[in-house]
Design a protein around this ligand. Structure first.
Ligand code: GEM
Ligand code: ZN
Length: 382
């Protein structure tokens, strides 16, 4: 029996939306392209809605410019995510031919959303901040402003009393790395639970949290940059209110409050594992800091199968670190344990999940293990 598919309607005019429609004449294979970040050549993040799907039929979508994206080697082994309700997301069959990334949905409903990773919306961010402010002991300590004027919330859990260690976590400098704010949501969930590990931690430390460092880029469906096309994780040596107010705000607050442990939460396009990168290339790197990095990694490995230390970025040679990166700049300025935490856009191949790959849920759960890790280390930080 021949089934005539109705023409599809494509939409991305919403929070974190990104797609360019090239050709919808064949509803069985819609041709699309990913838009670049504003004032930048970076692109990789995509997120769009398709309506007019025919349940029971396969609809293919082709991102024709994927082969020219920022991390075009990352598409091999990658599977796109889809959702019928924007809550339950699942991986779908995906192939990359060196030019186009093609993914297919055996439609169960007449509309679906597709994305590079499960998006974290601005509305959910606003709800998260308001929920956090209701947690006893948590306050909105300061609010920065992005280039376009969006709030950048700095939360503090704890009273800021003298002698308390200051634990900083920032997320989503790179706006397409939505797993980072899912991670911060998981951390705030644990603060709300106020379990033994949280109470142990907050007895001697305060948490300083910036759940989204790059609200303009996130809302605009960027991969890498802020509204000015600046990579915030290359701005920590020359941040300015004009070009990178997001970093300028965070650095100013860190100078005011102090930092005893810093975690910069990211996502990685290529490496299918959860891992950290440290400050081994910093001029001020010491055996003390090396030992703290090792303790963090060893402890986190013991607490979750969703972390490992075999795979990750190449180590920086001594004195050769790029000091424009947050992790390196903060570690050097505050002589503290400072790490970049990377979660995959693909899956954590030591403990794969065929249905979801790496996901929002696993990002949230990882935050709990990180919080427990930090709770065991507070007394060692200085
Ligand atoms: C990475 S951090 C790169 C760190 N590299 C080394 N060798 N320490 C970036 O900004 O490029 C973080 C990310 O984008 O996820
Ligand atoms: Zn990043």
């Amino acid at each position: 029996m021949t089934v005539t598919l109705s023409p599809l309607t494509l939409d991305c005019d919403f929070d974190a939306g990104n797609i360019q429609v090239l050709d919808t004449r064949d509803p069985g294979r819609t041709r699309l392209a990913i838009r670049a970040d504003t004032h930048s050549d970076h692109f990789q993040w995509f997120h769009f809605k398709a309506s007019g799907l025919t349940p029971g039929q396969i609809h293919a979508f082709s991102l024709d410019n994927a082969g020219k994206s920022s991390y075009n080697k990352a598409w091999s082994g990658y599977q796109a995510v889809a959702s019928y309700d924007q809550r339950q997301w699942f991986r779908i069959p995906t192939r990359f031919d060196g030019q186009a990334l093609v993914f297919e949905l055996y439609a169960q409903h007449a509309q679906a959303w597709f994305a590079y990773f499960e998006p974290y919306s601005r509305a959910r961010h606003n709800q998260l901040i308001e929920r956090a402010r209701q947690i006893p002991g948590v306050e909105l300590l300061a609010t920065g402003r992005s280039v376009e004027g969006r709030d950048i919330a700095l939360l503090r859990a704890g009273d800021g009393a003298p002698g308390k260690r200051k634990i900083w976590l920032i997320a989503q400098q790179h706006p397409g790395e939505h797993m980072a704010e899912w991670f911060l949501e998981g951390l705030i969930d644990r603060l709300q639970a106020n379990d033994a590990a949280v109470r142990q931690l907050l007895a001697s430390a305060d948490l300083y949290l910036i759940p989204n460092m790059n609200p303009d880029g996130a809302f605009r469906g960027h991969l890498r940059t802020n509204f000015n096309g600046k990579d915030l994780n290359r701005a920590w040596q020359d941040a300015s209110i004009e070009h990178t107010p997001e970093v300028f705000f965070a650095q100013t607050q860190m100078k005011q409050q102090g930092v005893d442990l810093f975690l910069d939460v990211h996502g990685d396009e290529e490496i299918p594992f959860v891992f950290t990168a440290g400050c081994e290339g910093n001029p001020g790197y010491t055996p003390r800091l090396a030992a703290l990095e090792n303790t963090f990694r060893t402890t986190l490995c013991s607490l979750t199968a969703d972390f490992q230390t075999t795979h990750g970025y190449p180590l920086d040679a001594p004195g050769k670190a790029n000091m424009a990166l947050a992790c390196n700049a903060v570690g050097e300025a505050h002589d503290c344990l400072s790490l970049t935490l990377e979660m995959p856009f693909k899956d954590h191949d030591d403990a794969p999940n065929a249905v979801t790959g790496w996901s929002a849920e696993r990002s949230r759960a990882l935050a709990g293990a990180v919080l427990e890790t930090v709770a065991t280390m507070v007394a060692q930080l200085r």
